[in-house]
Design a protein around this ligand. Structure first.
Ligand code: G3P
Length: 215
């Protein structure tokens, strides 16, 4: 399973890359706006820094304008993946971008049927928002499981990119289901590293060693 970082923050990107865990980055308008400054400069820096796919999202909501924006976004680097919202106009844009060989990430996906549409139109990635579904008392991971079954049934090459991740259990369940990619907030990656028994175990080893040295 590939790990993407769901951020536009350069320090977080560098830190996770240093851990050797960074396979790519996803952004959205909210994430980009959090960094402030000139988004074009920020996007260019991210694309240069990341050795892997970088999702940049269109703002337009009609397909002609989406295509125009997509052409601009891909100029930031060869690793750009154009993020398109799962709306009817987005599907029109998706078809054209697929024909042009531009990589796409269909975002704001909340049902397996929406994912099926995106896969039929050749999306590179489809992003189910599991945390937001859980927030409505619907199971985000159950939706991902159904997407996995549908994509396998028809041998779709579209990758399932689990998004809107809230906690380490989402990561575990994504792995068990066989999701291709998960995009994580920086805090969740750091949570994955830690376990209280690791910390207490290490403390005990070091204390025992120190006592032994003093004998
Ligand atoms: O980037 C898309 C997604 O991961 C956003 O998640 O936390 O805004 O529900 P969230």
């Amino acid at each position: 399973m590939q790990f993407f970082l769901d951020t536009a923050n350069l320090d977080q990107i560098r830190e996770v890359a240093d851990l050797g865990l960074l396979d790519g980055v996803t952004t959205n308008p909210t994430i980009m706006s959090r960094e402030g400054g000139d988004w074009r400069e920020q996007a260019a820096r991210i694309c240069e820094l990341v050795d892997g796919p970088v999702s940049l999202e269109v703002i337009a909501t009609n397909h002609e304008a989406m295509i125009k924006e997509a052409k601009d976004l891909v100029s930031f680097g060869p690793n750009v993946v154009v993020k398109i919202p799962m709306i009817a106009e987005g599907l029109k844009a998706l078809r054209e971008l697929t024909e042009r060989g531009i990589k796409t990430n269909v975002t704001l996906v909340f049902s397996p049927a929406q994912a099926l549409l995106a896969a039929k139109l050749g999306a590179t990635y489809v992003s189910p928002f599991v945390g937001r579904l859980d927030g409505l008392s619907q199971s985000g991971m159950e939706a991902v499981e159904q997407m996995r079954t549908i994509f396998d049934n028809y041998d779709f090459s579209t990758k399932i990119l689990v998004a809107s991740v809230r906690h380490p259990l989402h990561v575990l369940e994504s792995g068990l289901i066989g999701a291709d990619v998960i995009t994580l907030p920086y805090s969740t990656i750091m949570q994955l590293v830690q376990h209280p028994l690791t910390d207490s175990g290490l403390a005990a080893f070091l204390a025992d060693w120190e006592a032994f040295q003093k004998k």
